[in-house]
Write a protein that binds this ligand. Structure first.
Ligand code: SF4
Ligand code: SF4
Length: 419
C-alpha cells in the first residue's frame, strides 16, 4: 500500500518512478513483471472530439454607466450567452460560450477557443440595453486573452471511459459523428476512445472530485462526473484556466452536422496497491468496444480495442505532397483545417484519418484498419480520438511529474457518491 502523500514526497525528493500507460502496456505485452514497488504513477490520457465543453468569460467592454445590460454578444461571430451576472452599469460582460456554438458551418466555439488561447485578436460585438438615452447600444471592440481577467473552460461531459464504434446500416446521412456524409449499408465504420491509455478505463477508483489533471495543457481539476455518466460508462466534468492552456491541444472539428471541438486531457493514476496496478495494466484486447447503429444508437455488436488500435501500428497520418495528383476538386474536407491543400499543419492535425480514407491519389497514408462485425470486414474511415496525440500528452504529464512541477491531489470524494 502507498498513499498519495507518500507519492508526492517522492516527487519532491526527485525519487519518483512514472510510467505512461503505453509504457506499462508495452511492458505487460512483452511479458515483463511489474510490481507496485516498481512504479508510483501511471500517466493516462485521451484526446478527441468532446462536445460538452464551454468557456466562462468575464471582461470589460465599455466604461461604467454606458449600458445596463448586455442582451446579445458575438465573439468572432460566434453567439455567446450573456449572463449569468448582468453586471448592471459596470461595462463588464459575463458570458458562457458553448464549444458547439456556430458562426457558420466551418467556424464555431472550438475554433474560437483555440484562437483565444493562442492569443489572437477576437472581435466582440455587444447589443446592449439601458443606455440612458432610451435606445439600445451596439458596442464593438477587439480583445485578446490578456484582456479577459476571468477565462475558465469547463467540460460537462468529457474523457468518456472509451466510447463506441459506429456503422450505418441504412441510407447515407449527416451526423456529428462523421466529417463527410456517413455512408449506408455498413460500408464504413467510425470509432472513438483511446483504448488502453484512456484515464477512466485504467482507473480502479483513484479518480474523484478534486483530482488534479491537465486540460488542454493547463493544470485543472475534476469537478465530478459529467452529464450522462453511468457506473458502467463514466465520464468527467473538468475545469481549468484558459490563460494557462496550450493552443496546440485544442481545435475546432467540423462534422457533417456542424462545428465541434477537440480537447486534450491527461490524468495521473497513483499506483496505491495491486488492484490499481492490475487495472492500469489492462490491454486493448481486454477492453470492449460496442458497435452501434448510428441511426438508433443501439448496440448491434461488440468488438475490442485491439481491432481498432492494432498493436505495433502507428496511428500517425502522413501527407506526401509529391503524390498528390491535383484532382480538379479535392475530396479532403479536413475537419480541423490542418490540411491547407498543399501541406498539413502538424499541431492542428488530430490523426482522424478522414483524408487517408477519401484521397483519390496516395498523398495521404494511414493504417486505418477495419472492424469485423458478424463476419463482415468493414473499413474504418474516421477516428474520433487521437491516440497518437494522447500518447504524447501522457508523456508530457510524466515529464512534469518527474521534474517536480506536478503534484497529485487527493480527491475529496469518490465518483458515483452523492454530494
Ligand atoms: S484528393 Fe488527394 S490526390 Fe486529390 S487533390 Fe486531394 S490530396 Fe491531392
Ligand atoms: S488526419 Fe487528415 S483530415 Fe484528419 S486532421 Fe489530419 S490532415 Fe485533417
Amino acid at each position: 500500500m502507498k498513499t498519495i502523500a507518500e507519492i508526492n514526497q517522492k516527487i519532491k525528493d526527485g525519487d519518483i518512478t512514472v510510467l505512461t500507460a503505453k509504457e506499462l502496456c508495452d511492458a505487460v505485452r512483452s511479458g515483463e513483471s511489474i510490481s507496485v514497488e516498481d512504479v508510483d504513477v501511471v500517466t493516462t490520457a485521451t484526446r478527441g472530439i468532446m462536445s460538452g465543453t464551454l468557456a466562462i468569460l468575464s471582461f470589460p467592454v465599455a466604461d461604467p454607466g454606458v449600458f445596463s445590460r448586455a442582451e446579445q454578444v458575438f465573439l468572432n461571430g460566434v453567439p455567446a450567452n450573456a449572463g449569468p451576472c448582468p453586471n448592471e452599469h459596470l461595462g463588464i460582460i459575463d458570458l458562457v460560450v458553448h464549444g458547439t456554438a456556430e458562426r457558420d458551418a466551418r467556424y464555431g466555439g472550438g475554433h474560437l477557443f483555440r484562437d483565444l488561447i493562442r492569443g489572437a485578436g477576437i472581435e466582440v460585438a455587444v447589443k446592449a440595453s439601458g443606455t440612458g438615452a432610451g435606445t439600445d447600444a451596439e458596442i464593438t471592440t477587439t480583445i485578446d486573452i490578456d484582456d479577459i481577467p476571468f477565462a475558465r473552460m469547463l467540460t460537462t461531459r468529457s474523457a468518456y471511459r472509451n466510447y463506441n464504434a459506429f456503422v450505418n446500416p441504412g441510407e447515407t446521412l449527416s451526423t456529428i459523428f462523421s466529417v463527410a456524409d456517413f455512408k449506408g449499408n455498413c460500408s464504413e465504420a467510425m470509432f472513438g476512445g483511446c483504448g488502453e491509455i484512456n484515464p477512466l478505463e485504467k482507473d480502479a477508483g483513484t479518480i474523484g472530485v478534486g483530482t488534479r489533471i491537465l486540460l488542454n495543457g493547463a493544470v485543472g481539476y475534476v469537478l465530478g462526473e459529467g452529464t450522462r455518466s453511468t457506473s458502467v460508462r463514466r465520464n468527467l466534468s473538468l475545469f481549468a484556466d484558459m490563460h494557462e492552456m496550450d493552443g496546440s491541444c485544442i481545435s475546432g472539428f467540423v462534422t457533417s452536422a456542424g462545428p465541434d471541438l477537440i480537447n486534450s486531457i491527461a490524468v495521473p493514476i497513483p499506483v496505491l496497491n495491486k488492484d490499481v496496478l492490475s487495472r492500469a495494466s489492462r490491454l486493448d484486447s481486454e477492453i470492449e468496444l460496442p458497435v452501434v447503429d448510428i441511426r438508433t444508437r443501439k448496440e448491434i455488436g461488440r468488438i475490442d480495442y485491439s481491432q481498432v488500435w492494432r498493436s505495433g501500428s502507428d496511428p500517425l497520418v502522413t501527407f506526401e505532397p509529391s503524390l498528390c495528383i491535383h484532382c480538379s476538386a479535392c475530396n479532403v474536407k479536413c475537419p480541423t483545417g490542418a490540411f491547407t491543400g498543399s501541406e498539413v499543419i502538424d499541431d492542428l492535425c488530430c490523426n482522424c484519418g478522414h483524408c487517408a480514407s477519401v484521397c483519390a491519389g496516395e498523398a495521404f497514408a494511414a493504417e486505418m484498419g477495419s472492424i469485423v462485425l458478424r463476419g463482415r470486414e468493414i473499413p474504418i474511415t474516421l477516428r474520433h480520438s487521437d491516440r497518437r496525440g494522447a500518447i504524447k500528452l501522457a508523456d508530457d504529464l510524466k515529464q512534469m511529474i518527474e521534474r517536480g512541477s506536478f503534484l497529485l491531489a487527493e480527491p475529496v470524494q469518490r465518483l458515483g457518491e452523492l454530494i
